[in-house]
Ligand binder design. Structure first.
Ligand code: ATP
Ligand code: MG
Length: 437
């Protein structure tokens, strides 16, 4: 009979460019961050919403606007061959949340404060702080028209910076006014840029008559001077728009939250009106915006609902975490209580019954498991224990098991003496393992 060949080693497959695996220990930072976000949202009475990652392509074209970076060049769009639907991996989630709110009449009896977290997809050039799959936390307040809710959202984001220990985050603020005001400004912008045609790049020329506001968002250094001197939307605002902005700034002032008015802040999507804002840091190079948002009073009707005022923001999780790490900021994951060491694999059933009881009492336990060679030596098990965050090693040796006890050894605090603990009193043991005294 022919000997069987071992399976040939296959070629290594890698993740899609610009899409990252989030691995331990980094993933612990993500989880801690997500916990903080959930606590924050609860304090501000925002409820969680989870919408699909894939939406009909038309939602984004209609919602974000045809002449935007996202829709023109960044979307992962595809045809579902099985039923010929045009679909897109969500590049952002405001449109999806609004779609869901309309579809399920979520606002039928009251406005809603909602939040989400999850992956978004944009086909951009990968670089620091810019990925093709990235994550956002987003907050959307649907059905609110007053500027105080714009301000509440801003206060909520800055509360998070405070709690995470992030300094050096600047709040930039602007008003995009209402559509009629924007039309006046638009005409002035077109006239102005037409006089400066020689400075415009090809994209700016193409967009000039389609969506001149987008020119203000250009990152082309050669155009910055002309953009700087362009007509400012602020000068076209009517009384009501100015009053809305004044409400926002009054709340910020009353809370001692500093901001910088940035008349060039226009944001990348067409759905915004009135308040827009960004939280910007200088510490992440050119990818300095960690959170951005504004009011979008016309989006709901744009996608088939009835007119409903709304405001929200989205935060780039990768950028916030990178900022945290750069600042050496201390959001430490909780340490393990126990690393369980067992001398002999034959004792594992009994040991695991003890460990399960401890876990039932809330103790966090990492168990040393056997390999194809059986249990490793006590010495190497201790070495493993030391490499974890565990505060105690529980040693289940033959002597301990024979007399119904376990040795408790502190791994980080030499002042705690080693002691023997009876297995008959596991709830007492559980309590002492969790007490941080
Ligand atoms: P930028 O000007 O940096 O391209 P944007 O205006 O396109 O940002 P938004 O659509 O407002 O960004 O998204 C909100 C936040 O999401 C951004 O401020 C940023 O923190 C984050 N973000 C956006 N695109 C990416 C990306 N490709 N990779 C990582 N984070 C991103
Ligand atoms: Mg972008």
């Amino acid at each position: 009979m022919q000997e069987q060949n071992p399976p040939r080693k296959a070629e290594k497959l890698l993740a899609v460019k610009g899409m990252n695996d989030i691995l331990p220990p980094d993933s612990a930072l993500w989880e801690t961050f997500e916990d903080r976000v959930r606590q924050l949202m609860r304090r501000y009475a925002f409820e969680n919403i989870r919408t699909p990652i894939v939406e009909p392509t038309a939602l984004f074209i209609r919602g974000l606007g045809e002449v935007t970076d996202i829709v023109e060049k960044e979307m992962y769009s595809f045809d579902d061959r099985l039923n010929g639907e045009a679909l897109t991996l969500r590049p952002e989630n405001t449109a999806g949340v609004v779609r869901a709110a309309v579809e399920h009449s979520l606002l039928y009896n009251s406005p809603k404060r909602l939040y989400y977290m999850g992956p978004m997809f944009r086909h951009e050039r990968p670089q620091r702080g810019r990925y093709r799959q990235f994550h956002q936390v987003g907050a959307e307040a649907l059905g609110f028209s007053g500027g105080e809710v714009d301000a509440e959202l801003i206060l909520m984001a800055s509360a998070l910076w405070r709690e995470l220990g992030l300094g050096n985050v600047e709040l930039q603020l602007n008003s995009l006014g209402q559509p009629e005001e924007r039309n006046l400004h638009r005409a002035a912008l077109i006239a102005y840029f037409e006089k400066n045609m020689d400075v415009l790049d090809a994209e700016a020329k193409r967009r000039l008559h389609l969506n001149p506001l987008r020119l203000l968002d250009s990152k082309n250094p050669a155009m910055q001077e002309v953009i700087e001197a362009a007509p400012k939307l602020m000068d076209f605002l009517g009384e009501a728009s100015k009053a809305h902005l004044a409400t926002v700034t009054a709340v910020l002032d009353a809370n001692g939250l500093a901001y910088v008015m940035n008349p060039r802040l226009v944001r990348g999507m067409d759905y915004y009106n009135l308040t827009v804002f960004e939280f910007v840091t200088t510490e992440l190079g050119s990818q300095g915006t960690i959170c951005a948002g504004g009011r979008y009073d016309y989006l709901m009707e744009q996608i088939g609902g009835k007119h409903t005022p709304a405001v929200g923001w989205a935060m780039g999780v990768e950028r916030v975490l990178e900022l945290l790490k750069a600042g050496g900021s201390a959001i430490e994951p909780a340490p393990l209580d126990v690393y369980a060491i067992t001398a002999d694999a034959a004792a594992l059933p009994e040991v695991m019954a003890c460990i399960e009881t401890l876990r039932r009492h809330g103790v966090t336990v990492q168990m040393h498991a056997s390999t194809s060679e059986g249990m490793s030596s006590l010495k190497s098990q201790f070495k493993r224990a030391d490499a974890t965050s565990a505060r105690f090693a529980l040693v289940f040796g033959p002597d301990e098991l024979a007399n119904g006890s376990v040795t408790v050894k502190a791994l980080r605090d030499a002042s705690i003496p080693q002691r023997l603990h009876s297995l008959g009193e596991l709830s007492v043991l559980a309590e002492s393992l969790q007490s941080h005294a």
